[in-house]
Design a protein around this ligand. Sequence first.
Ligand code: FES
Length: 149
Amino acid sequence: MLTLQVNGAAHQVDVPDDMPLLWVLRDVLGLPGTKFGCGIGECGACTVHVDGRAVRACSLPVVLVGDRPVTTIEGLADDQVATEVSKAWLEIDVVQCGYCQPGQIMAAVALLKSNLHPSDDEVDQAMAGNICRCGTYRRIRAAIRNVAG
Ligand code: FES
């Protein structure tokens, strides 16, 4: 039995130690906002925050999370930076099919929380691991620039 801190609450989960965090979040805790894409840490669809840093939940065995706080897209409802990011996403009309967008937003929020005024290079670097099949990259960058001011 493990205790996970997810979105501000403690959860006891009875799962194998090597179960990826992604499946604990989706299938055990019922948080489907974190998406499965590649399953090998390469697309970013499963991005969550662990201790405030963007990580790939598909490639993180749950036992390695320990007592570090986990935040999913569902946990950002009252977050000020995330609210600004969501507004910018709507203003720029970023979303196309939408599948990768929770991961994109998690990566953008992690970037802006660590660096409120990132350069274009820093934006590109932070977002490089989040793939969008619809090619919304330019709008994603524009939305992040809107928040960064
Ligand atoms: Fe985790 Fe693609 S599903 S990086």
